[in-house]
Design a protein around this ligand. Structure first.
Ligand code: SF4
Length: 381
């Protein structure tokens, strides 16, 4: 079974920190939908039959800017070329400031059973700083409406480590999130991505990132407040109530296979990762002539695959040591026995049912632990 990702490359306004591919001119949406449907058809044709899938994720961009007729067309192509399991998780990302309330109901009738709101903060000053287009009022309204219509799996994204963000500010955000009585929260630390306006401000010295100690304090506060309120951490930035982990993302983190459609979307099939052009123009031009808009691809070596299994496994639900050995013929525990024991003693790692997992403390330095455990790959592969 595959995961299906659809990238909708339009936003009303680019947020200052965002480096996802999207454009602010919405005029080509009809063309995009036409080409997207073509891409789905060509990929299914190449696959040889309907593509079996158990998750669908509309990301972007701002997929809630799709008009009713766009959604209808896309779903008709999906039904024709993708064979969704009856228990599939289907998510749509929505911007609280760019949502057509009429469509919420329509999403449900089409089988979309999970909605993810880009909230980022419940404080107007943060929303202004991040150049979000919505207000706090928009957040409450859209979530209330979704719940009243019957959505039972609602997620929000929040962002911490904003410059000058106080502990009280972040605590307020977490408390407001908990009060919403939703099922899933993603809490990301602000990243200064090269090429974004925020990065330029950082480089020019106009703003300064939070120092590492404060970042750690905000991270631990997140763990404390969310775990006290029934949210379990299942990935470095993701927390869910029981049975509400995001299946689509778990597939990525388990090194599962997925098809990505739309400009800039990535796919991973048969050990090959490939990605589409990050340009609507190129995407349209190629698909117009029935050619896929793949910019490039890479076949992962065994070493890369093993590294990714360590990196992704540690960031989420852990590394199954027996599975790892079967897949890569490497006894990860034996190869790292001394350092693993040390990290267990320091409460950074633990092993349960042969799965090596990070503790809350370990999650915070997961990159360092990945490097440490991956050293053995150099000698073996
Ligand atoms: S709405 Fe989302 S995708 Fe669009 S610019 Fe903002 S963060 Fe990026």
């Amino acid at each position: 079974m595959y995961g299906i990702y659809i990238h909708f490359p339009y936003c009303i306004h680019k947020c200052s920190y965002c480096d996802f591919y999207s454009i602010e001119n919405l005029n080509t949406r009809n063309k995009f939908v036409e080409m997207l449907c073509k891409e789905i058809e060509i990929r299914a044709y190449n696959f040889g039959e309907k593509i079996p899938a158990n998750s669908l994720f509309f990301g972007g961009g701002t997929p809630s800017l799709m008009k009713t007729q766009h959604i209808t067309k896309i779903f008709s192509a999906l039904q024709q070329f993708i064979d969704f399991d009856k228990n599939s998780e289907m998510t749509i990302e929505c911007n609280p400031g760019a949502i057509d309330i009429k469509n919420l109901d329509y999403y449900l009738t089409l089988g979309i059973n999970r909605i993810s709101f880009g909230v980022q903060s419940f404080l107007e000053k943060d929303l202004k700083f991040l150049e979000r287009i919505h207000s706090t009022e928009d957040i409450y309204k859209s979530i209330k409406k979704s719940k009243s219509l019957g959505f039972k799996n609602i997620s929000i994204d929040l962002m911490f480590a904003l410059p000058n963000q106080s502990i009280e500010d972040w605590k307020y955000n977490l408390e407001k999130a908990v009060e919403l009585d939703i099922q899933h929260i993603s809490a990301y630390s602000l990243i200064y991505e090269p090429g974004t306006p925020l990065y330029d401000e950082y480089i020019s010295g106009k703003i300064s990132p939070q120092d590492e100690d404060k970042d750690a304090e905000l991270y631990y506060l997140t763990n404390d407040i969310l775990s006290e309120n029934g949210f379990k951490q299942y990935e470095i930035s993701n927390y869910a109530k029981d049975n509400f982990q995001c299946k689509h993302n778990l597939n990525y983190w388990n090194s599962g296979e997925y098809f990505g459609f739309g400009p800039s979307a990535h796919s991973y099939i048969n050990g090959i990762r490939f990605w589409n052009y990050r340009s609507n123009d190129k995407y349209f031009k190629l698909l117009q002539y029935n050619q896929l808009a793949i910019e490039s691809s890479e076949k992962l070596t065994i070493k890369q695959k093993a590294f990714e299994s360590i990196y992704l496994g540690l960031r989420s639900l852990g590394i199954d040591l027996i599975e790892f050995k079967k897949k890569y013929s490497i006894d990860l525990y034996k190869e790292n026995q001394k350092s693993i024991k040390q990290m267990i003693d320091n409460n950074l790692l633990f092993i349960k049912n042969n799965v090596l997992r990070l503790s809350n403390k370990g999650y915070f330095i997961s990159d360092n632990i990945t490097i440490e455990l991956s050293k053995c790959l150099d000698d073996i592969i």
